[in-house]
Design a protein. Structure first.
Length: 143
């Protein structure tokens, strides 16, 4: 995941929708300053915001993050609790093996599983890559 690619994709989606950052803020409920920080490549979205933006524009998370060059969006599931989803993804594996393959720490895994915090999009991308699946799949969004 590359912040500049995410910012470029977001800027293009805003342009093609015929709106500006202020309108996006109004329609999504996101702070204008947050959107501005995304466009200025200062921050990456948290998973909830990533899904909100992907849903708003009708695109996959992978497309929005610049991991795919074409939008293959169809219909999506409502995202389950990430801790529950993470348990499903790791099912059948030892937690340590799952974490090593995804290049995440076991302490991170348990904090996410217990709902103490959310993974960054960088970590979502690492998990998706380790599973050879999309970020949408990792989030439980992909049907």
């Amino acid at each position: 995941m590359n912040l500049s690619t995410f910012a470029e994709t977001l800027e293009e989606l805003i342009f093609y929708k015929g709106i500006n950052a202020t309108k996006l803020s109004e329609e999504t409920g996101l702070d204008l300053s947050t959107i501005t920080q995304y466009l200025q490549q200062k921050h990456a979205p948290l998973p909830d915001t990533l899904v909100l933006l992907a849903d708003y524009f009708g695109v996959t998370c992978n497309f929005l993050l610049g991991l795919e060059s074409e939008n293959t969006a169809t219909q999506f599931n409502e995202c389950p609790d990430f801790g529950e989803r993470l348990s499903e993804l790791a099912k059948g594996n030892k937690i340590a093996v799952f974490c090593k393959k995804a290049n995440i720490s076991t302490s991170q895994f348990y904090r996410w599983k217990n709902g103490e915090n959310q993974p960054t999009v960088y970590n979502l991308c690492k998990i998706a890559k380790s599973l050879e699946r999309s970020v949408d799949y990792v989030l439980g969004r992909e049907k």
